[in-house]
Design a protein around this ligand. Structure first.
Ligand code: TYM
Length: 334
């Protein structure tokens, strides 16, 4: 607990262009939850270098992502928005937790298997221990709740296993975190292949709507979205393309699938796709405008980075010192 509130932690990688999936699956819920919890939202740049990055590009993307958190509606006065690399406790705790994680557990991680297959020339140890760093992120802040999309659930499970193991040996050191999965938009699929999730690294740009896509591009991508020959807007597994579009529409308008089926009863896919596109534009356009505004205010963003970085360090150190003591590291002499 911090200030009598439960703690929330989440993060996003500054790699590739953020997609509508990132927004609807995570960022949107972050904003909704931000009043209820004491929140820490990190730009997880340590995770990003598990895949080779251009340094200047990574720096720029990280700053853009931090700015985007604010543009999406997170108030940095109330929410701690910071760079993971500015808080050395992440890496220090990750090292300790590495020694409490089994290779057998890491071998089961599907994201590692996917990424290793995609980057066969660079299967580095960081990619392998990525989930341990993620566990460290969460446990460092004693988070009660972690809002993520469905694809991160396996990482939340291993985090809980590691926390439970550590607590079993040393007493109640870590809060046991719970995942928070939004009712809508927890797994947005590719517009071109509804069997795959919408992803930043999709080779087909028509499969993903990017957060910075302009309205025309968004409308075009929605119009081209793969559907089927049923010609009816129904929310069912047999129509995965339409189901995905309904998910997007629901998440953007806060309607339920039932309401959407009724709304488009007897109407064709053309009308439906237009409505989906318009709902996405109406959600993304204000964020894009605010983002452009904020980018110009360098001093303001610098201030957020400095102050929130210090705040994150303060809470991180509290946990880190406790853990260091528990495992038997010598006390610091002041
Ligand atoms: P990342 O950067 O891949 O994705 C950020 C968030 O977006 C969600 N997401 C989706 N949700 C719905 N549909 C989609 N198609 C979709 N694609 C992505 C993800 O589930 C995630 O919530 N390992 C994490 C970052 C991380 C983290 C953490 C998260 C590092 N440490 C600690 C929570 C807590 C990742 O790579 O997310």
């Amino acid at each position: 607990m911090i200030n009598d509130k439960k703690v929330l932690f989440s993060g996003m990688q500054a790699t590739g262009n953020l997609t509508l999936g990132n927004y609807l699956g995570a960022l949107k819920n972050w904003v909704t939850l931000s009043d209820e919890y004491e929140c820490f939202y990190s730009v997880v740049d340590l995770h990003s270098i598990t895949i080779r990055q251009d340094p200047a590009e990574l720096r720029k993307r990280a700053r853009n992502l931090l700015t985007l958190y604010i543009a999406a509606g997170l108030d940095p006065e109330k929410n701690c928005i910071y760079y993971q690399s500015h808080v050395s406790g992440h890496a220090e705790l990750a090292w300790i937790l590495n020694c409490f994680t089994y290779m057998g557990e890491l071998n089961r991680m599907t994201q590692f298997k996917d990424k290793a297959a995609k980057h066969a020339d660079n299967i580095n140890a960081g990619l392998y221990t990525y989930p341990v760093l993620m566990a460290a992120d969460i446990l460092l802040f004693q988070a009660d709740v972690v809002p993520v999309g469905k694809d991160q659930l396996q990482h939340l499970e291993i985090t809980r296993d590691i926390a439970g193991r550590f607590n079993g040996i040393y007493g109640d050191v870590f809060t046991m975190p719970e995942p928070y999965i939004g009712k809508q938009g927890a797994k947005i699929m590719s517009l071109q292949d509804p069997a795959r999730k919408m992803s930043k690294s999709d080779e087909n740009p028509n499969g993903s709507i990017y957060l910075m896509d302009d309205p025309d591009t968004i409308m075009r991508k929605c119009k081209r979205a793969v559907t089927d020959s049923e010609a009816s807007v129904r929310y069912r597994d047999e129509q995965p393309g339409v189901k995905n579009l309904i998910d997007i529409y629901c998440a953007c308008t806060n309607k339920t699938p039932d309401e959407v089926e009724k709304e488009f009863d007897g109407k064709g896919y053309g009308d439906f796709k237009m409505a989906v596109g318009e709902s996405v534009v109406s959600v993304l356009k204000p964020i894009q405008d605010r983002f452009e505004q904020l980018l110009k205010d360098k001093a303001y963003i610098d201030g957020v980075i400095k102050e929130n970085g210090e705040k994150a360090n303060y809470y991180a150190l509290k946990t880190l010192r406790k853990v260091q003591k528990k495992v038997g590291f010598p006390e610091r002499i002041r």
